[in-house]
Write a protein that binds this ligand. Sequence first.
Ligand SMILES: NC(=O)c1ccc[n+]([C@@H]2O[C@H](COP(=O)([O-])OP(=O)(O)OC[C@H]3O[C@@H](n4cnc5c(N)ncnc54)[C@H](OP(=O)(O)O)[C@@H]3O)[C@@H](O)[C@H]2O)c1
Length: 221
Amino acid sequence: MDIALLGGTGDIGEGLALRWANDTDHTVIIGSRDVEKAEAAAEEYEAALGDSDSEATVDGRTNEEAASRADVVVTAVPAYHLTDTVEAVAEQLGDAILVSPAVGMKHDEDGFHYNRPGVGSVTELAAKAAPEDTPVVGAFHNLAAGRLADLEAELDWDTIVVGDDRDAKATVSELAEGIDGLRALDGGPLANAAEVEGLTPLLINVARHNDGLHDLGVQFH
Ligand SMILES: NC(=O)c1ccc[n+]([C@@H]2O[C@H](COP(=O)([O-])OP(=O)(O)OC[C@H]3O[C@@H](n4cnc5c(N)ncnc54)[C@H](OP(=O)(O)O)[C@@H]3O)[C@@H](O)[C@H]2O)c1
């Protein structure tokens, strides 16, 4: 499959790009608002893959070009910029599946808190911004980017996948499980996305308050 990571120059984009390039045969395309930034990130990721004895290549493109070439488009951008980012690539999406890992959070002296948008969740915000016939799936919300990007690190994580289109959800679950140490769990329809997104600030708060814990993920037994 061809996977585009919009804003793939950032933290979660880097982690997912490295894992898919290293662990699978999928084609990874880094998207950015700035093509030179995308090309520089792609070069940097190839160097990191090389350090890990992988000969995988990664492509850098504008977000629009990346979306136009992909079967699956991941919106790896801050929640506040999600709507603009989806609208910017709407005409290029074609038959692609749109995947949102984005979580809205606010931060105060007590810690991180889930910032639930009026439509219910950030994933539903992506669905609202996407063309009507584009299947939208929520996944990867609770993965810690730093650990993903460390190819030496074992994951042993679950990722909860939500969506209303069964086929799209199955495709994204398969892509998730292509990453070594990641298990995809069905979290039900898009309407359940808020509960999944709300776990992310919890993981960050627990890591901050417990020595030796960082880059936490979840695993269900
Ligand atoms: N970091 C994590 O551990 C983690 C884990 C799970 C989920 N997430 C979610 O994944 C999303 C991305 O997180 P991140 O930590 O990777 O974010 P980030 O590094 O801060 O940003 C990712 C990319 O977003 C693009 N961007 C920044 N401002 C933008 C704007 N105004 N309009 C359009 N694009 C813009 C930038 O790409 P260009 O400048 O190249 O366009 C940037 O490299 C967030 O919604 C976050 O909640 C993050």
